[in-house]
Ligand binder design. Structure first.
Ligand SMILES: Nc1ncnc2c1ncn2[C@@H]1O[C@H](COP(=O)(O)OP(=O)(O)O)[C@@H](O)[C@H]1O
Ligand SMILES: [Mg+2]
Length: 380
């Protein structure tokens, strides 16, 4: 994402109003903001207030001339790097040029002004300014990306280390059991295998999430659309998670119509509902969770809502949590990478749909996935 090009501010300094007007008319253009000053003092105070891509200084001014102003500019941190173009009367340039370069001048324009020369010189400086801004922007983004990568590596390492370690310990235990002269306890073995499977599944899920994130970032999160029954999908997800809910004593209910046919990627939509339900169980404080599937006929939309009565999400966090790695303080005790909602929203958007949250802290959260209905067959 690149931000729009910033305006390039240009400062014109001349003691004669008519010169300012003429010059301004020459160099006005889109993306440029022109400031004018009638004296060196006015110019300096403007320069302390605004960043400038360029200052065009008349050399001959009463009280403070252009060169004196330039010298003051060079002596102040904020104005030191502003490029300067002096405007001087042709014929006297030799002396002036020398002085000008000494005070750090960048360029000269000679009176009578040649409109073409003025315009092209200004364009060069404006382009330079823009390039510098873009470079700075790119550098900031790069630094952010590097920091994010480092965070990511350590989070992944943490998230994988515990389950891997536990699978390894279980394997060692089984090896011991198998090499002991006693007959292996198949029931205990069975339990261990199930635990391994759970751990391995959660690691695979984690890696799948990482793959999805990189796919979403490169625009390759593939959606394979087909007609399917959204109500049946929600039902399937609820059933798959019911066991987990029972184990933690959470009452999980589904309210859905008999059938609700839409067009989309069934596998991806189920992934979104699974993510929302998993969150509701993790952050729902053990209270009941309700899944609702329905139709908003006026908007030609289908929706799936997942509502819990848990900790809730503060208004300041309600957008942030849809970004990569963003989690709330309240979630800190629960392990997680903060990728689920990011992926879920990418999937919703790939369907031309939306994923939104409504929440009140301490009362619970509702996540709503909205998906467009297929266009009605047009009457022949
Ligand atoms: N139902 C919910 N109730 C309260 N907070 C939630 C809920 N769902 C998500 N969140 C917050 O949003 C964050 C991001 O969620 P998610 O992207 O699924 O990542 P993860 O669950 O791995 O932290 C969570 O860490 C939590 O702070
Ligand atoms: Mg999650």
């Amino acid at each position: 994402m690149s931000s729009p090009t910033p305006e390039a501010n240009i400062l014109l300094v001349d003691d004669l109003q008519e010169n300012l007007i003429a010059l301004e008319a020459l160099i006005r253009g889109p993306g440029r903001r022109i400031f004018t000053a009638r004296s060196g003092d006015d110019a300096l105070s403007l320069m302390l207030e605004h960043p400038f891509a360029l200052a065009i200084l008349d050399v001959q001014m009463p009280s403070m001339n252009g060169f004196e102003l330039a010298e003051l500019m060079r002596g102040t941190e904020r104005t030191r790097t502003i490029p300067i173009v002096f405007v001087s009367a042709a014929g006297r340039e030799l002396n002036y040029a020398f002085q000008g370069y000494e005070s750090g001048a960048v360029d000269f324009l000679y009176k009578p002004l040649d409109p073409h020369a003025v315009r092209s010189k200004v364009s060069v400086f404006v382009d330079l300014f823009r390039q510098r801004q873009e470079l700075q922007e790119a550098q900031v983004q790069l630094q952010r990306a590097v920091a994010m990568r480092d965070d990511f590596m350590s989070m992944i390492a943490h998230e994988l280390r515990n389950p891997l370690n536990s699978v390894y310990l279980q394997a060692q235990l089984r090896r011991k059991m198998l090499s002991s002269p006693k007959a292996p306890d198949t029931q205990a073995m069975q339990k261990m295998v199930e635990r391994d499977e759970r751990q391995i599944r959660s690691m695979v899920r984690l890696l799948d999430d990482m793959l999805d994130v990189s796919r979403a970032r490169t625009g390759k999160l593939a959606i394979v659309p087909a007609e399917f029954d959204l109500a049946a999908s929600a039902q399937a997800v609820v059933e798959a998670i019911q066991e987990q809910a029972n184990a933690t004593g959470v009452q999980l209910t589904l309210a859905a119509p008999e059938s609700l046919r839409i067009v989309g990627d069934e596998f991806r939509i189920e992934q979104v509902i699974t993510n929302l339900l998993t969150n509701a169980l993790r952050y729902g404080g053990g209270k009941p969770v309700v899944v609702t599937v329905g139709l908003r006929d006026d908007l030609r939309e289908a929706f799936v809502s997942v509502r819990d009565q848990g900790m809730g999400i503060a208004p300041a966090d309600q957008e942030r949590i849809f970004e990569q790695f963003e989690r709330t303080e309240g979630a800190a005790q629960v392990a997680g990478l903060g990728l689920g909602l990011y992926i879920a929203r990418q999937i919703a958007q790939a369907h031309q749909g939306r994923l939104e949250v409504r929440s009140t802290v301490g009362q619970g959260s509702e996540f709503i996935l909205s998906l467009p209905l297929p266009a009605p067959a047009s009457p022949a």
